[in-house]
Design a protein around this ligand. Structure first.
Ligand SMILES: [Zn+2]
Length: 278
């Protein structure tokens, strides 16, 4: 099995929204805000090559939205989904599985492209994976998440016939990883837990989006059920510290991976490193 980071570029989000109840005097030291109070975040995806499967986990926010939409997100950096895939030696047609942790636009927008008036899937031969509970939640979004669930990202997957919905109680349909289902950020987000070179890599998605979010109360304002996130984070972080798991951050602007350790203050970052160092 081979793992590669697929960087799809950086965007900016309001620092206050990203750190919830944590005061700016604290979070600004972790990820300094610009003059609009925005911080820079990565959209870091993961490619797994194994046997006849080529599995991509999440795909960034894509390029089919209007300039008006992108104006709010200040995209920057030189990386792109297809550019990074090409650097890894692949074209979109090679991807066999497009695994989506959840359907917020910055995780799934890169899976659908616009050609003139119509949309089509970027990965013509891939199965697109979501799960039933999350899908039903995303297609009838609540007012709080409405701006994150965009129909043009979601419906084309179903219309194409390439969508498959995972059963939360069942086994992972992808043998290369197990799936941890969590419910604090949104309904049934899925975190891939990958065994790789005798290590366990946890793809953190939006449960712990960056290394700055490791302390338990550092929960995003976006989360629909923050008290559930607290419990889910604590459980995973204790397990990670005990078993030396590697956390892979989708949104940290610089840190790809880290291990964590128990301290007097609770679980904290131990060692930060690149995935390629494993
Ligand atoms: Zn999200």
């Amino acid at each position: 099995m081979k793992l590669s980071v697929i960087n799809t570029g950086f965007f900016k989000l309001d620092g206050g929204a990203m750190f919830g109840v944590v005061p700016k005097s604290l979070w600004n030291k972790l990820n300094p805000a610009d003059d609009k109070n925005l911080c820079s975040w990565a959209m870091r995806c993961l490619l797994i090559e194994d046997g006849d499967r080529l599995i991509l986990i999440d795909n960034g926010l894509g390029d089919k939205q209007s300039p008006e939409f992108y104006k709010h997100y200040y995209l920057h950096g030189n990386d792109s989904l297809l550019g990074s895939l090409k650097n890894a030696g692949y074209s979109p047609a090679d991807v066999s599985d497009m695994f989506l942790t959840h359907l917020h636009f910055d995780h799934c927008g890169g899976g659908v492209k616009r050609t003139g008036e119509s949309t089509s899937l970027v990965f013509p031969n891939a199965t697109y994976w979501s799960n039933r509970g999350h899908w039903e939640w995303a297609v009838k979004p609540n007012a709080r998440e409405k701006a994150s669930f965009l129909r043009e990202n979601i419906m084309p997957m179903q219309d194409s016939g390439q969508l498959k919905l995972i059963d939360a109680d069942g086994e992972s349909p992808i043998p290369q990883f197990g799936i941890l289902h969590v419910n604090g950020h949104t309904e049934q987000m899925m975190l891939p837990i990958i065994k790789y070179k005798d290590q366990t890599i946890c793809y953190m998605a939006d449960l712990i989006p960056s290394a700055g979010h490791i302390p338990i109360p550092y929960v995003m304002g976006y989360d629909t059920r923050p008290l559930i996130t607290l419990v889910e984070k604590e459980k995973l972080l204790n397990e990670a510290a005990k078993n030396n798991y590697v956390l892979f951050f989708e949104h940290d602007p610089s840190i790809e991976c880290c291990t964590v350790k128990q301290t007097e203050k609770g679980v904290r970052l131990d060692r930060a490193f690149a995935l390629s160092d494993l």
